[in-house]
Design a protein around this ligand. Structure first.
Ligand SMILES: [Zn+2]
Length: 371
């Protein structure tokens, strides 16, 4: 018998993933098929509430399910989660549905987990790899990264209405592409070093293949998808990039694992200047830092920079709100990047704060030179 401490290969995913134009209208029917009955609490961003409340009333009434909509306050923080738990308890919710951006979904998931309820994620934008995963990113009320909260299960259902994605500002799709672009490079490092993925197992070949496909779809269809959103229409290229940003990136990061890029993201949140940047924008710059610190071939780094600049992802400190970065802030970012438990330690060499500081400045220099 092998030692009980040996690590197993682990792959996780939501029970069901649905995507397409007008998918919202299938939400109640699909929840019924999955046995998700009882009072439904929908935690919705203000925009989704405006756009969809009438549709929800309609479809849940037709399905004979009671529904209550609660407006999300904007930050996935301890206080927002507590308020959601209180509302769900008072309503007697049996299912939690999140409808909005990543932070809204993360809050819904934290509420559901605390109450032991199933959760359905309906992302309104394709801006990050979060919707399919079994973890929430919890921030302080001031928007500083606080901790990752892991759950035993992935969502019961992830439903993406690509009409909503097509009508959202293009910046969200581009940010999701930044998050998704890092997926394969991080999974590659984790596979090389036999580090653990986000499920505390070692990565399967399946996760690696999904991460690679995620990368290839972005390179092939990224620009066309951006053009579709510019025209506010759903196209096959947009459908493929939404799947890459949401499903492939979600499965890829969780089951393939994270490395330095996402740790640099976490480090960047320590600098107030970066707070107006989105998750995937900071991850894109973090990826550049990862590739530089790993000493990857110039050709590969140049390709990543060229792609990022072609779609409007950050490649310089100025792009992530840090045009006048001082030494103290740089040191704080680097310290946060190498904090205990960070995926920066999945790299094949010791990652120190000074290595990260130098990597950040070197990546910025490359990004600036490429313009
Ligand atoms: Zn991410």
């Amino acid at each position: 018998m092998t030692s009980p401490t040996s690590t197993l290969n682990i792959f996780g995913s939501p029970s069901r993933y649905m995507q397409g134009a007008g998918a919202t209208r299938s939400l109640a029917r699909e929840m019924g098929r999955l046995g998700l009955d009882g009072p439904v609490l929908i935690l919705a961003s203000p925009r989704m509430r405006d756009l969809l409340e009438a549709v929800w009333t309609d479809i849940f009434e037709a399905a004979g399910q009671v529904v209550m909509v609660r407006t999300f306050g904007g930050e996935c923080s301890g206080s927002e989660i507590e308020a959601g738990i209180a509302a769900a308890r008072a309503f007697g919710a049996a299912v939690i549905v999140g409808s909005g951006g990543g932070k809204c979904l993360d809050t819904g998931r934290a509420v559901a987990s605390e109450l032991g309820l199933p959760v359905v994620n309906c992302p309104s934008i394709a801006s990050s790899d979060a919707p399919c995963s079994a973890l929430s990113v919890v921030y302080t009320d001031a928007g500083i990264f606080d901790h990752l909260q892991y759950y035993p299960k992935n969502p019961e259902l992830v439903l993406v209405d690509t009409e909503l994605v097509a009508k959202a500002p293009v910046r969200f799709l581009v940010s999701g592409m930044g998050d998704a672009l890092a997926t394969w490079f991080e999974a590659r490092t984790v596979a090389q070093t036999r580090s653990t993925n986000e499920l505390k197992g070692t990565p399967t070949l399946t996760a690696g293949a999904i991460a690679r496909l995620c990368h290839d779809v972005l390179i092939a269809d990224g620009l066309a998808a951006i053009q579709a959103v510019g025209a506010k229409v759903v196209s096959p290229a947009l459908e493929r990039v939404v799947e890459a940003n949401t499903l492939m990136s979600g499965l890829g990061f969780e089951s393939g694992g994270l490395a330095l890029a996402h740790s640099v993201h976490n480090g960047l949140t320590a600098a107030p200047g970066t707070h107006s940047s989105l998750h995937g924008e900071k991850v894109a710059f973090g990826l550049l830092v990862q590739l530089v610190v790993e000493g990857q071939p110039t050709e590969e780094i140049d390709r990543v920079i060229a792609f990022c600049q072609s779609v409007g992802l950050p490649t310089t400190l100025e792009d992530v709100g840090l045009a006048d970065l001082d030494d103290a802030t740089l040191a704080a970012i680097a310290e946060r990047t190498v904090a205990e438990g960070e995926s920066s330690h999945h790299e094949p060499f010791e990652v120190t704060a000074s290595l990260v500081s130098d990597g950040i400045l070197a990546a910025d220099a490359l990004g600036r030179a490429a313009f």
